[in-house]
Design a protein around this ligand. Structure first.
Ligand code: 5GP
Ligand code: MG
Ligand code: MG
Length: 184
């Protein structure tokens, strides 16, 4: 499916699986096992992080709980403005919890820095970020991202949760789109 629309495979299914396990091991080494309220709390950012979130959670060798947030950043479909609106908030209080934000991609970093500031006001015991992908722009902003899957070039990518106009999230790998897709 979609073959005609994909210009290149940037990160294969195997590469994603391997790197996800490495990140999960790294993260697990940092958090002590806690018991119900001490468990690591993963906060997945919908919708892009869904596949990474579920694969990462299953690769984690420590217990983790899962919550989801959905945010929308005003701007075009391919770039964000930093003005963020919460579409779906957390169902639970995170005060005193060890929280790990699970992101798909950091581009300008505006969405994430807003989210970090928002969650910090809720007084978690700790707050860190794991992202599958990071683009070059993101290295310029002052946000503390502990765990990064892959640094990728400044290209628009789809697949493994990432969309173009809501399509291609269900691709099992990360790829770039053929220019004909944008052209209509
Ligand atoms: P930022 O606020 O860091 O500029 O943007 C983060 C959000 O923009 C991501 O969560 C994602 O929704 C979208 N985004 C940024 N780069 C890409 C990309 O290459 N492909 C896709 N599909 N979405 C992207
Ligand atoms: Mg995201
Ligand atoms: Mg999108």
């Amino acid at each position: 499916m979609y073959e005609a629309d994909i210009a290149s495979v940037l990160i294969s299914e195997d590469d994603i699986r391997r790197r996800t396990s490495e990140l999960a091991e790294e993260v697990a080494a940092r958090y002590p096992e806690g018991g119900p309220d001490g468990d690591l709390l993963l906060i997945g950012v919908l919708k892009g992080a869904i596949f990474f979130m579920t694969d990462f959670a299953r690769a984690l060798p420590i217990p983790a709980q899962m919550e989801f947030m959905a945010v929308s950043s005003y701007g075009s479909s391919t770039s964000s403005s930093g003005v963020v609106r919460i579409l779906k908030d957390l169902d639970k209080d995170i005060e005193g919890r060890h929280v790990l934000i699970v992101e798909d991609i950091i581009d300008s970093g505006l969405t994430l820095s807003w989210l970090i500031r928002n969650l910090e006001t809720r007084n978690p015991a700790s707050l860190d970020v794991v992202t599958l992908l990071r683009k070059p722009e993101a290295t310029k902003v002052e946000i503390d991202v502990e765990y990064i899957g892959f640094d990728i070039p400044n290209e628009f990518v789809v697949g493994y949760g990432l969309d173009y106009a809501e399509r291609y999230r269900d691709l099992p790998y990360i790829g770039t789109l053929d220019p004909s897709v944008y052209g209509g």
